[in-house]
Write a protein that binds this ligand. Sequence first.
Ligand code: SF4
Length: 373
Amino acid sequence: MANSVKELYAGFHEIADSPAKALATFKKETGEQAIGCFPVWTPEPIIHAGGMLPMGLWGGTIELNKVREFLPSFACSIMQACMEYEINGTYDELSAVIVPCLCDTLKAISQKYKGKSVCIPVVHAQNRPTEAAVEYMVEEYADVKRRIEEATGKTITDEAISASLAVYNEHNAVMREFAQVAAEKSAYITAADRHAVMKSAWFVRKEKHTEMVKKLISELKALPDKEDTRKRVILSGIMAEPKELLNIMEESGVVVVGDDLAQETRQYVADYPDGGAPLERMAKQWCQGVVCSLAFDVKKPRIDNIVDMVKSAKADGVIVCIVKFCDPEEFDYPFLRRRFEKENIPHILLDIDQQITSYGQAQTKIQGFAEIL
Ligand code: SF4
């Protein structure tokens, strides 16, 4: 592989592996504030419009101690880790944190935030395809904007939000292109590299990430086509971590050629639509565009998206990565399973736990799956 591509991957890994360092670099370079974004669907462009860094909060591998006093052991491991970071003060340099109340655990987090930063809950409409839902979301986002302004002392104008929506739409398009090019040039990418490109987007300003990914796309496109004999899979779920799991995929001869992960490509499926005031455009994206286990839709279009992805990426199978105790994903799984069986799409279910220390079971599952594909 060309050295330039390796260097570019290294840049993404550095950011994805060290969010704290990325935050420190941002603050040093710009002197600006950062706002924490609990996963997922926080109204990031409002923060971006204030010149600040919307900083993804995705937990991490950390020894869980004090959180045990506040969260039951059946809360998902991402939120267990996030709360441990809240308690130990890691998030205190954020001017505020935004918590989308999209599942029971997130609701609890919004009510019991343990850090010093201002906590701003956002409650998304779930009866989405209605005018009332759009009106409600406009009001909700206006309230988030007001509370961000209060917490940071900034004034965020409609013009600035419109400019940020353009930045986010461009980033969406570039990330969709990356997903496609990475599948076409799969011989030049590992599961961990692909994940680093996707995850790093949460810890730098989107315009910077866009430029980094554009460079990578152009380098990948310039590489000659090369046969890849590894098994091609699609990942689905909230996230596919820790990195050790992705390394097991690589060792088992598995390459990721697409994903329906909330932390990765799900973010980039729906652009902010044209026309109207910026908060209305953001409301319409949530009400009319977002496809996610956390966005109620009785037709479950997410399942069609995964099946289409399997076909278009010529994938051999799907690895469903369910964060342990994640109700919204667990509720969708029976529907996914039934459809995969109907379409003869091989799949396995992997339990995701950020604090896992032994990978024997996952290794056996992934190796076994690769052998039957
Ligand atoms: S992983 Fe699942 S349970 Fe945990 S915060 Fe996300 S949606 Fe909620």
